[in-house]
Write a protein that binds this ligand. Structure first.
Ligand code: PMP
Length: 403
C-alpha cells in the first residue's frame, strides 16, 4: 500500500468508528476544492464530475459565493421565523421570476430536498384529497414522507409503515398515469428527469400529458426539481423545456451553492394551501444560505452558464458516442445531468479506476455512471475526461476495446 493509500485508509477507519453509514465508507478524505477540482488529504487532485451530487453548480470555493456568505454571516447570520430579512425576500422574488410565476406564487424555504418534498406533500394533503400518484424508481428523499413518495421499494421496506395514500406508476407511461389519477388524487409527483434512477429522460410530451391529466382531475402537478433545477439541465427549471408550469416546484442541491437550502414553490392555489402555523422550520431560508443562493443565481445568469451547460453537455454525449466503445450501451441526459449506461455491472469498477486517474464520477446504478459536474466545466477538460474514459472502460470491461 502506498503512503497516500495508507492515509486515506486511516481516515476511512476513523470515519467508520464515529459516523453512521450513509453509503459505503468513503475511500478518499477531501480537504479543499477550487473550480472543478477537489484535493484530498494526501494532496491528490481530482476533476469533480459529481459536483457534490449536483450541488456545486459553480464548482468549489467560488469567490462570489464565498464573499456573499462571509459578508452575510458578518452582518446577520440567523433570523427566526418571527422576522423577515432582505436576502430571503430577494431570493423568493428572484425564484418566482425565474420560474415565470411572479405575482402568482409563494416560496417556502427549508434546508434540503427531502424537506422541500415534505412541504409539497403537506400542500397536497391540504387539498383535502387523500392520494398521491408518483413514479416507479422516482427519488424524492429519505425522510418518512419523502420516502413514501420515492418509488424504490428497497429503500422503503425497512421503514414501513410509511405515510399512506401514495401509489406508483411506471415513469414515462402516460396511459398508466391517466389510469391511476382520479377525483381522490391530491397530486401527481414527478421528477422532470429521474436522477437517482439513472438519469431517465421521459418521452417527449410526457410532462405535458401529466399537466393535462392533473388539470382534468383537479389534482396538483408537483415537479421535484431538486436535482434538475437551477440550471442543471441547461434551463433554470427542467419543466421550462416542455412549455408547462407545475403547481408546486421543489428545489435544493444547486440552489445554495454548497450551503444547505431547499425551497418549495407553490403556484396559484397551491401557494395558499398552507396556513400560518401549519408548517415551519428553524433554519429554513437562513439569510446566509439565501445570500449564497442569490450569488449562485446571479453568476449563472451573468456568465451565461445555462447555454454553456447545454453546449458542454451535448459535447460530452457526442464525444462518448464517438468513442464507439464496446462497454457503452448508451449515453444520455440533458445539460450537465448525464449518464453512461454500460454493458454489465461494471460501474463501480469504472468509477474506482476513474478515481485512480483523477476523476470523481458516480456509479448511480450497477451498470450506469452518472456525471453531474459543475456547470462551469469547460470543453477541454470534458474532452480530456472522455479520452481517459475510454481507458477506464476498457479496464473495467476486462480489457476489451483498448485503443
Ligand atoms: N429529490 C431528488 C430528485 C433528489 O435527487 C434528491 C437527492 N438525491 C432528493 C429529492 C433529496 O434531497 P436531499 O438529499 O437534499 O434531502
Amino acid at each position: 500500500m502506498s503512503s497516500e493509500e495508507q492515509g486515506n485508509a486511516a481516515a476511512a477507519r476513523r470515519w467508520r468508528e464515529v459516523i453512521m453509514p450513509t453509503y459505503g465508507t468513503p475511500s478518499v478524505e477531501l480537504v479543499s476544492g477550487s473550480g472543478c477540482t477537489v484535493t484530498d488529504a494526501e494532496g491528490n487532485t481530482y476533476l469533480d464530475l459529481l459536483g457534490g451530487i449536483a450541488v456545486a453548480a459553480l464548482g468549489h470555493a467560488h469567490p462570489a459565493v464565498a464573499s456573499a456568505v462571509s459578508e452575510q454571516i458578518a452582518k446577520l447570520g440567523h433570523v427566526s421565523n418571527f422576522y423577515s430579512h432582505e436576502p430571503g425576500l430577494r431570493l423568493a422574488e428572484r425564484l418566482l421570476q425565474l420560474a415565470g410565476v411572479n405575482g402568482d406564487g409563494r416560496v417556502f424555504f427549508c434546508n434540503s430536498g427531502s424537506e422541500a418534498n415534505e412541504a409539497a406533500f403537506k400542500i397536497a394533503r391540504r387539498t383535502g384529497r387523500p392520494n398521491v400518484v408518483a413514479a416507479d424508481r422516482g427519488f424524492h428523499g429519505r425522510t418518512m414522507g419523502s420516502l413514501a413518495l420515492t418509488g424504490q421499494p428497497e429503500k422503503q421496506t425497512p421503514f414501513e409503515p410509511l405515510p399512506a395514500g401514495v401509489s406508483h406508476v411506471p415513469f414515462g407511461d402516460t396511459a398508466a398515469l391517466d389510469e391511476a389519477v382520479d377525483e381522490n388524487t391530491a397530486a401527481i409527483v414527478l421528477e422532470p428527469v429521474q436522477g437517482e434512477a439513472g438519469v431517465i429522460v421521459p418521452p417527449e410530451g410526457y410532462l405535458q400529458s401529466a399537466r393535462e391529466i392533473a388539470d382534468r382531475n383537479g389534482a396538483l402537478l408537483i415537479l421535484d426539481e431538486v436535482q434538475t433545477g437551477i440550471g442543471r439541465t441547461g434551463y433554470w427549471f427542467a419543466f421550462q423545456r416542455c412549455g408547462i408550469v407545475p403547481d408546486v416546484i421543489t428545489l435544493a442541491k444547486g440552489l445554495g451553492g454548497g450551503l444547505p437550502l431547499g425551497a418549495c414553490i407553490g403556484v396559484g392555489r397551491a401557494a395558499f394551501l398552507l396556513e400560518a402555523g401549519q408548517h415551519a422550520t428553524t433554519f429554513g431560508g437562513n439569510p446566509v444560505c439565501c445570500a449564497a443562493a442569490l450569488a449562485v443565481l446571479h453568476t449563472i445568469e451573468s456568465e451565461g452558464l445555462l447555454e454553456h451547460a447545454c453546449r458542454v453537455g451535448k459535447e460530452i454525449i457526442a464525444a462518448v458516442d464517438r468513442l464507439g466503445h464496446p462497454a457503452v450501451k448508451e449515453v444520455r441526459g440533458l445539460g450537465m445531468l448525464l449518464a453512461v449506461e454500460l454493458d454489465g455491472d461494471i460501474a463501480a469498477a469504472a468509477a474506482e479506476s476513474a478515481r485512480e486517474r483523477g476523476y470523481l464520477i458516480n456509479p448511480v446504478r450497477p451498470d450506469t455512471l452518472r456525471l453531474a459536474p459543475p456547470l462551469i466545466l469547460d470543453e477541454q477538460r470534458a474532452n480530456e475526461f472522455v479520452r481517459d474514459l475510454a481507458e477506464v472502460l476498457s479496464e473495467a470491461h476486462g480489457g476489451e476495446g483498448k485503443n
